[in-house]
Design a protein around this ligand. Structure first.
Ligand SMILES: CC(C)(COP(=O)(O)OP(=O)(O)OC[C@H]1O[C@@H](n2cnc3c(N)ncnc32)[C@H](O)[C@@H]1OP(=O)(O)O)[C@@H](O)C(=O)NCCC(=O)NCCS
Length: 175
């Protein structure tokens, strides 16, 4: 199991995972909706991967977005999930998204992959110079709160944003 940068090498498994996300029952988290939507809007897989890669270098960013690096968690050729590291915080990210977002494909949940992806994310954050990592989750996202706490997250507070949603805000201090 390892983190890789987005690559067309994983196209088939990635496409299968996106179908799983779409078909999964229940209310989807913002992070799930964001990548699925972007994938759907792309005209080709190559273009999709190029855009993801470019955003890490500050290219193709939407207004108000900061450079961010997406990594895919893979097990051999199989796509398991992804994470997104924002290189710095904005006022919005400080309340809503934090530095790191992650999602595991529905068929691979409940097997420790959530804990693993955040564990693997932390050295990547450090490489980007982020020593205090803000990770947030919606108040009722029990699985994500456990993942953050298991990875050393210290709860700062719970804040209700202008969207009416209350989020837990955790800091992970890296050494
Ligand atoms: C949150 C998410 C990444 C967790 O992934 P996962 O692979 O199921 O996580 P794990 O198997 O490592 O489990 C992590 C912990 O959550 C617990 N857990 C998993 N699913 C749970 C659920 N539905 N309800 C309660 N606890 C749950 C596990 O028991 C485990 O606890 P433990 O470490 O004390 O044993 C996954 O549910 C997901 O992708 N959700 C949608 C996207 C999302 O919410 N991202 C986070 C945004 S902040």
């Amino acid at each position: 199991m390892k983190l890789v940068l987005p690559s067309i090498k994983y196209e088939q498994s990635f496409r299968e995972a996106m179908e799983e996300f779409k078909q999964a029952e229940g209310k989807k988290q913002d992070i799930e909706l964001s990548l699925v939507k972007r994938y759907d809007e792309s005209t080709s897989f190559t273009e999709f991967v190029e855009k993801l890669s470019g955003e890490a270098e500050g290219k193709f960013l939407k207004e108000g977005y900061v450079p961010h690096t997406i990594f895919w968690l893979v097990d051999n050729e199989k796509f398991i999930g992804w994470l997104d590291i924002r290189h710095r915080l904005t006022d919005h990210l400080r309340e809503v998204g934090g530095h790191i977002g992650y999602a595991i494909r529905p068929s691979e949940r409940g097997k420790g992959n959530g804990n693993k992806i955040l564990e693997l994310a932390l050295p990547k954050a450090k490489e980007l110079g982020i020593m205090s990592v803000l990770v947030t989750c919606k108040e009722d996202n029990v699985a994500s709160a456990k993942v953050i706490e298991k990875n050393g997250g210290v709860l700062e507070d719970m804040r209700t944003h202008t969207d009416g949603i209350t989020r837990r805000r955790y800091w992970i201090h890296l050494k």
